[in-house]
Design a protein around this ligand. Structure first.
Ligand code: PGA
Length: 245
């Protein structure tokens, strides 16, 4: 079984999101072969959980505030996403870390709050181009993993990781599958010290219907987190069909 998760980012307005969800709900996918989820914008989420209720898809939050309720203008909490039927929450996506300047302590709070609310967090980690050029990929990932996991107790709750090199996101320059395999294998070793049990690790960054199999055919890569392509109905469907083939 492989995970195929679609991060719709801020690409789709409300009507477009509902339209895409209706199209996806009408498709039959073999859920023994794929676990599917979409991550719509906050304003569309309730309608999307309704649209996808009896489909192969689950729904997740793109970002969630750690405090359940209160005076936090503009925020939506992990608990609120859970209450409207979400299953997952992205945590620490590179766009949150870089554009919204989310630091590791914020990422940690969001990770814990998602678990607390009963959501399955998908912790996103990845190095920048500068890190890669300076041979600091492992250094960066080690720091991100340590600040997220040191002292964390899952108590049987689930968690996923998405390895998304920043330079591969939205650039068309996907990581070489064998590099992604090496890094994901390394991440799985690295997190053993945190005693989290089995943690699936996905690859993300310029995944397309054409290249998806080069990632998902690798044993260590448990699935993909797809951005742009997941918002395009035909490409998205053909990507999922490839993974199921
Ligand atoms: P992309 O985005 O597929 O558009 O590169 C991936 C992501 O940001 O999760």
């Amino acid at each position: 079984m492989k995970y195929v998760f679609g991060n719709w980012k801020m690409y789709l307005g409300y009507d477009e999101s509902v339209g895409l969800a209706k199209d996806l709900a009408g498709q039959n996918f073999d859920t023994k072969k794929v676990t599917l989820a979409v991550f719509p914008s906050a304003i569309s989420t309730k309608s999307i959980t309704d649209e996808l209720k009896n489909s192969s898809f689950m729904v997740g939050a793109q970002d969630a505030m750690w405090i359940p309720h209160g005076a936090y203008t503009g925020a939506v909490s992990a608990q609120m996403f859970k209450d409207i039927g979400c299953t997952y929450a992205l945590v620490g996506h590179s766009e949150r870390r870089h554009i919204f300047e989310e630091h590791s302590d914020t990422v940690r709070k969001k990770l814990e709050a998602s678990l607390e609310a009963g959501l399955i967090p998908v912790l996103c980690v990845g190095e920048t181009k500068e890190d890669k050029v300076a041979d600091k990929r492992q250094y960066r990932l080690k720091k991100q993993l340590m600040s997220a996991f040191e002292g964390l107790s899952l108590s049987g709750r689930k968690l996923l990781i998405a390895y998304e090199p920043v330079w591969a996101i939205g650039t068309g320059d996907a990581c070489l599958p064998e590099d992604a395999q090496d890094v994901i294998g390394w991440i799985k070793q690295e997190i053993m010290q945190y005693h989290l049990g089995e943690v699936p690790v996905l690859y993300g960054g310029s995944v397309t219907a054409q290249n998806v199999l080069s990632f998902t055919s690798i044993l260590d890569i448990d699935g993909v987190l797809v951005g742009g392509v997941s918002t395009k109905k035909d490409e998205c469907i053909s990507l999922i069909r490839s993974v199921c083939s």
